[in-house]
Design a binder for this molecule. Structure first.
Ligand code: FES
Length: 129
């Protein structure tokens, strides 16, 4: 079920915490399959959170820098994802296209706190209001 939407946005974090930290709980690690992704909808567009085989998490805008393909539906290999539309390979840690291709997708800070997935984005405070 690649590209599924995480439904637990802000669950477990009081709005005051979001206001103070800018971090928003968006679900649990187990909500994201290994070598897969989940999408979080925000006021500034969809954000794809990727989980590698080694349980590293990366978050990027869910838009390929080529022609806006849904990266969340791509194939995760190591620390990169292959876009499902034209096979550009995007470095998950930088958002940069790899190889001969050029372009960059915005990255978003994401972290794990025990098994809680926390995401930081500029619109977090707006959404908490
Ligand atoms: S839209 Fe991603 S490779 Fe073309």
């Amino acid at each position: 079920m690649k590209g599924a939407v995480m439904s637990a946005v802000r669950a477990g974090l009081p709005d005051e915490a979001v206001q103070a930290t800018g971090w928003v709980e968006v679900g649990r690690l187990d909500d994201i399959p290994k070598r897969g992704a989940r999408v979080v909808k925000t006021a500034r567009g969809d954000i794809a959170i990727f989980r590698t085989m080694e349980d590293e998490l990366f978050a990027l805008d869910d838009r390929c820098p080529h022609k806006a393909g849904p990266l969340s539906q791509g194939i995760v290999q190591g620390r990169s994802v292959t876009c499902p539309l034209h096979n550009w390979i995007i470095d998950l840690s930088t958002g940069e296209a790899m190889g001969a291709d050029h372009g960059c997708t915005r990255t978003v800070a994401v972290r794990l706190e025990q098994d809680r997935v926390l995401l930081s984005w500029p619109g977090a405070k707006d959404q908490a209001a």
